[in-house]
Design a protein around this ligand. Sequence first.
Ligand SMILES: Nc1nc2c(ncn2[C@@H]2O[C@H](COP(=O)(O)OP(=O)(O)OP(=O)(O)O)[C@@H](O)[C@H]2O)c(=O)[nH]1
Ligand SMILES: [Mg+2]
Length: 332
Amino acid sequence: MATSPIPTNLIFGTLGVGKTTTIQHLLKQKPDDERWAVLVNEFGEVGIDGSLLAEQGAHIREVPGGCMCCVAGLPMQIGLNRLIHEAQPDRLLIEPTGLGHPHQILQILGNEHYQDVLRLGPVITLVDPRKLDDPRFQDHELFQAQVQAADILVANKTDQCTHLQLNSFERWAADQLPAKRQYLSTYQGQLQTHWLEGHHGDALLPPPSPQHHHGHSHHNHHEPEPLASLQVQPWQVRNNQGQGYFSVGWYIAPEVQFRETELLAWLRQAKVERCKGLLHTSGGWCSINMADGVLSVARLEQAKASRLELITHQQLDAEALDKALRALSVPN
Ligand SMILES: Nc1nc2c(ncn2[C@@H]2O[C@H](COP(=O)(O)OP(=O)(O)OP(=O)(O)O)[C@@H](O)[C@H]2O)c(=O)[nH]1
Ligand SMILES: [Mg+2]
């Protein structure tokens, strides 16, 4: 029996701009009689967002590790196929890593295999208006490609923006060519589901530049290995690097507890671009999220494992960080 193609939306945006927050908000609006699925690809190899989203009653599949260029091949397609098969969703949302090039993922979703399976709706790219006058973002090929791929541009984190920054965003968004279908401003990813309706406008994306490919030569180009069972290896550390970023991530058995106050103090002083995790601490389970130097902590019911990910612009001394983290665990 033929089934109709699954409406699918991509949520692009740079590291920490609010993609997972937006998906969480969208999932809250899911009609009770619909099944939604989310595919998340993270830069880090440990995978945090999937666990954060799992609380929202959708089918989640993570494709952890690396930039899209590395996982956009087989791992991405295997993840996507499994998710579609297992969840048979009425809607599919995809959060690619903020460090990924949209070209690869649009190519996959546009290939023959998915033609009758998926119907690509508006591509949404989130932007932090505070970053618009920072040449590190504006001139970055990945940022430009994510903007170009968008049908809808959304300014997020507007609660942190000045009027001037919001006005600049509107002028900048209005100037984009080809013209965007829509641009809007919000905070905490408060998108309404009607923005997901419609079709992707087939933005003509240039393929990744040779410079982007060149990035691979100094990038450990590997397919991520699945994490081992925690019963076999209760404390696992993983590294990744690419696009000028470095990550170190931990996957730790739930029995291990951390001293919460000291752990948070350690994370606050760590000079990292991005930090997120789910951790078992002396105060219970909590989720930790740090972007733009702001650390937030939320209580969680329980999780199956502790996970932590640090992402920076500089090479990380994983061994020293691991030693420091181990010293923050409570001896049992
Ligand atoms: N102040 C403020 N914080 C926000 C807003 N939206 C998201 N955040 C916070 O920003 C941090 C990053 O949000 P995420 O939704 O995890 O961002 P992301 O784009 O999924 O991040 P990566 O997957 O790591 O690229 C979290 O601490 C969020 O709570 C917002 O509108 N205002
Ligand atoms: Mg995310």
